[in-house]
Design a protein around this ligand. Sequence first.
Ligand code: 13P
Length: 252
Amino acid sequence: MRDFLIAGNWKLNGSSAANEALIAGIVAGVPGGSGFSLLVCPPYPYVAAVAAQVAGSAVSVGAQNVSEHESGAYTGEVAASMLADIGCEYVIVGHSERRAIYGESSFQVAAKFQAAQAAGIVPILCVGETLEEREAGTTESVVDYQLGAVLDAAGIGAFARAVVAYEPVWAIGTGMTATPEQAQDVHKHIRAQLSAKDAGIAAGVQILYGGSMKGENAAGLLAMPDIDGGLIGGASLKAKDFLAIAEAAAQS
Ligand code: 13P
C-alpha cells in the first residue's frame, strides 16, 4: 500500500523566527504510528535552515520551485543541484500560481520536473483545472494535457520517483474544498492515465489532494482510495492545523 504524504506549501510566508517556532511545534507533535510522512516547503532562503532544524526528525524539507537550467546566465534562478546540496528532498513543480502568475507552460514544468530528478530530488507535479474549465466539463482533458506534457518529456519510468498533486484551482485559498468524491474522481482518472502506460508504476504513485484542505475535511478526503495525502497551503502555517491533518493521516 502507498503511504500518505502530508506536505505543507508555505508559499510566500515566513521569517527565521516564525519558521523556527513552526518547525519546533510540528516536530514536537508528530503523531505516533507509521504509514505517513510529513514534508514542509518553505521559501528558498529558509530551505537550508529548516533542513538543519528537521534533521533526525520525521519531517522532510522541500522547495516550492526550481530552475529548469543546471547553471549559467539565469539571474535569479535556483538550480536543482543547489537544492540537493542544501538538503532539499522534494520540489513542487507546476503549481497553478506559477502557471497563472508567472506564465509557466506545461513544457517548462516538464523541464523542471526532469531537472529535479536529475539532481535526485523528488518532483511534486501539480495539475488542476480552473472553475471555468470545470464548468465547461474539461477537467479531465486539462489534467491529461498537464500530465501528458511531463509523460511525453520524462516517460512513465520517471513516475517511479515522483509525486502528483491534484489541486483544483477553484479550491485553492478559497475555503471551497472539492468533495471527497469530486477529488477521488480526478485522482482515479490520473492514476488510470498513468496505469495505461505502466500499471505497476501507477499503483505506487502518491497522488496528493490540494485546495483548502484542513483538519475538518482531511479524514474524508484521505479515506478515498486514490487520495494519498495532501498539499496544504493555509493550514500548513500553524503547527496545530498542520498536525490535525497529519493526525487524520495517521489514523486513516
Ligand atoms: P490552500 O490549502 O491554502 O487552499 O492552498 C493549497 C495549495 O495551493 C497548496 O499548494
